[in-house]
Write a protein that binds this ligand. Structure first.
Ligand SMILES: N[C@@H](CCC(=O)N[C@@H](CS)C(=O)NCC(=O)O)C(=O)O
Length: 241
């Protein structure tokens, strides 16, 4: 398999999934990772567009099959390599619902909140006020939903860690960067620590980041991410596809 990706929340989901499968004893074979430089706009190259018309990482190639959308990739790998990460029967439908909840709600809302918080320095504050309030309020509503879901369980869908946890975690762990305050939710803070303590999650998060910066970026890396984020969020970039 080949993974075309970058060290970002949507990218890390797939690195974590591969490491979790390996941890579960699955032989996933050789996975060649190709780093896509989003600042240089490599997601708009002809090669990339052939694999993903939507011009966003991550993309997984397996034989002659190209799969875009991080949550579709998690489901694909979960089906290809059966494990508790994607359980069978009724439980599978709970996992698929929460995977879709992440893709349709948490990811876009946290992504927009992050963009207005960190990546739009050239936009006057009065123009950012409404989107910041809108996405900030909605992000906190989603945090409350997650908190309720974690009421009586260690993992989002019950006793087992699944691809739903993998999909949600990279966005929630970045709460300081997106300035969505989760500290009023001890159940979520405890879940974040539980997920982070998994050895495979640590290995997945190490993709593209020096080991001593996995949990705390240096000032230089923050600047690098801010620059890359600003270029991705710019309207010129959005008009390129
Ligand atoms: N819903 C997509 C979102 C993918 C996405 O937004 N990827 C970002 C990085 S986290 C990207 O490639 N951005 C480049 C761009 O927008 O030009 C998924 O989950 O895969």
């Amino acid at each position: 398999m080949e993974l075309w990706t970058s060290p970002t929340p949507n990218g890390w989901k797939v690195n974590i999934m591969i490491e979790e499968l390996i941890e579960a004893g699955v032989d996933v074979g050789e996975v060649e990772i190709r780093m896509i430089d989003l600042l240089k706009g490599e997601q708009f190259s002809g090669d990339f567009t052939e694999r993903n018309l939507n011009n966003k990482i991550p993309v997984l190639r397996d034989g002659d099959l190209d799969i875009m959308e991080s949550c579709a990739i998690l489901q694909y790998l979960g089906e290809k390599y059966p494990s508790p990460l994607l359980p069978d029967g009724k439980k599978r439908w709970e996992v698929i619902q929460w995977l879709t909840w992440q893709a349709a709600n948490l990811g876009p809302v946290f992504g927009n909140k992050l963009s207005y918080t960190r990546y739009m320095e050239d936009v006057p504050p009065e123009q950012k006020a409404h989107p910041l309030a809108r996405f900030g309020t909605e992000a906190l509503r989603l945090v409350k939903v997650l908190d309720k879901k974690l009421d009586d369980r260690d993992w989002i869908c019950g006793d087992e860690f699944t691809i739903a946890d993998i999909a949600v975690y990279p966005w929630i762990r970045g709460w300081k960067w997106s300035k969505v305050n989760i500290t009023d939710y001890p159940r979520i803070m405890a879940w974040v620590n539980r997920v982070r303590a998994r050895p495979a999650v640590g290995r997945g998060l190490a993709f593209g980041v020096p080991e001593d910066e996995i949990d705390q970026w240096s000032e230089q890396r923050k600047k690098q991410y801010a620059k890359s984020g600003a270029s991705i969020a710019s309207t010129d970039n959005l008009a390129r596809s």
